[in-house]
Design a protein around this ligand. Structure first.
Ligand SMILES: Cc1cc2nc3c(=O)[nH]c(=O)nc-3n(C[C@H](O)[C@H](O)[C@H](O)COP(=O)(O)O)c2cc1C
Length: 375
């Protein structure tokens, strides 16, 4: 079958066919961007990117190798970096003890929520996300495995960039504001993903439409990839019109057949309107766009401020582990963007990519006709 052609400079930079990147998305146990989804996007000509945030380093290594058994195309790994290496270096148990000692009100609310929803207590056993030694080791593993692309968010990227560049690895820096885009550029990343407020997961305050042109102008000639609210060919064409060289899509791929997301969460996304995906600090302590669920409403009604990240995250991880053990996925945070309102069905990743490409080409064809007609 004849393939559509839609190339930008990003394709040459990353060795891919289409300027469409699967956003790294961390959901418990790596459900949102599992190796089959990462490989499927890469095999279709985009760039699959796997989130590694909560993975033990050796599990991350195994998953990178698993992707390699499924594709020979470029792919990436997305990790968070510590803000400073002295920030909360604790094990989960030590964070729990600190929570009991210093934040009894929030601990009580989390306990009352478990009682309200009939959840027997369970402790999350995985490594503490955002522990700086873990984050550093994850970067080292990705570099040791020579993943083609490393995407980094949050903290100082400079040390990760020099480790990666020494192995010929391209680095993508994520930013939700102009200031952070400039910070990423200073750290030496090769590509900047600028993510607008519409996005799922942790998000800033500036929407995609004003953010992209500002970042494009400020960081030129560093290439910019647009993120936040892009889920079809019209969004791809609009992003390129704003000066981006590609798109980084999360929400659109939450409904990929290859995603390991809980079915209840996929159903919330299919049924939800854009307004149902709200910004809350309830589950992680940092503003994140999640599906509005009863737990978020209850926490809001308590009048007690959530703790800063990562304390709130560790606190609510135990709630999430308990909800999962009880089979109540509807009480677990479902990070997802406003683009959910555009999505109505689960499709193979290949179709998501192909339809995005053909949709963008259709925009160009229509525009050409309309310009000719009005001339
Ligand atoms: C479920 C989910 C989990 C996410 N986890 C991460 C993550 O671990 N690291 C990261 O850099 N960004 C994460 N993000 C943000 C995405 O990488 C991406 O920027 C965002 O999804 C783009 O906006 P969109 O959802 O409107 O497509 C997450 C987003 C979602 C929806």
């Amino acid at each position: 079958m004849k393939r559509n052609i839609l190339r930008t400079s990003l394709c040459d930079l990353l060795g891919i066919e289409y300027p469409i990147l699967l956003a790294g998305m961390w959901v418990k146990d790596g459900r949102a961007t599992p190796p089959p989804l990462v490989a499927a996007v890469s095999n279709t000509g985009g760039l699959g990117v796997m989130a590694g945030l909560g993975l033990e380093p050796e599990v991350l290594r195994r998953r990178i190798r698993e992707v390699r058994t499924m594709t020979s195309k470029p792919f990436g790994v997305d990790l968070l970096l510590p803000a400073s290496l002295s920030e909360v270096p604790e094990e989960r148990q030590r964070v729990r003890e600190r929570l009991q000692r210093e934040h009894p009100r929030q601990v009580t609310i989390a306990r009352e929520l478990m009682q309200k929803y009939g959840l027997p207590p369970v402790e999350e056993k995985g490594p503490a996300e955002l522990s700086p030694p873990l984050m550093r080791r994850q970067v080292e593993v990705a570099v040791e495995e020579r993943v083609p692309v490393l995407a980094v968010a949050l903290g100082d990227a400079e040390w990760a960039v020099s480790l990666a560049h020494a192995q010929g690895i391209k680095v993508i820096g994520l930013a939700g504001s102009l200031r952070n885009a400039l910070r990423q550029q200073e750290a030496g990343v090769d590509i900047i993903v600028a993510q607008g407020y519409e996005a799922g997961g942790h998000t800033g305050t500036v929407a995609t439409l004003p953010l992209i042109p500002q970042v494009v102008d400020a960081v030129s000639p560093t290439p910019v990839v647009a993120a936040g609210g892009i889920a079809d060919g019209r969004g791809l064409a609009a992003s390129l019109a704003l000066g981006a060289v590609g798109v980084w899509c999360g929400t659109a791929f939450l409904l990929a057949e290859e995603s390991g997301l809980w079915q209840a969460h996929q159903e919330q996304i299919m049924a939800g309107a854009s307004e149902d995906f709200i910004v809350t600090r309830c589950y992680t302590g940092k503003t994140a766009r999640d599906y509005r669920n009863p737990v978020i409403e209850d926490w809001g009604a308590s009048g007690v401020e959530p703790l800063p990240m990562p304390l709130q995250w560790v606190l609510m991880d135990d709630f999430v582990a308990a909800a999962e053990a009880a089979g109540k996925a509807e009480l677990i945070n479902n990070p997802c963007g406003q683009a959910a309102g555009m999505l109505g069905s689960v499709r193979p990743a290949r179709r998501i990519v192909d339809e995005m490409v053909s949709g963008a080409l259709e925009v160009y064809r229509r525009q050409e006709m309309e310009i000719v007609r009005s001339a």
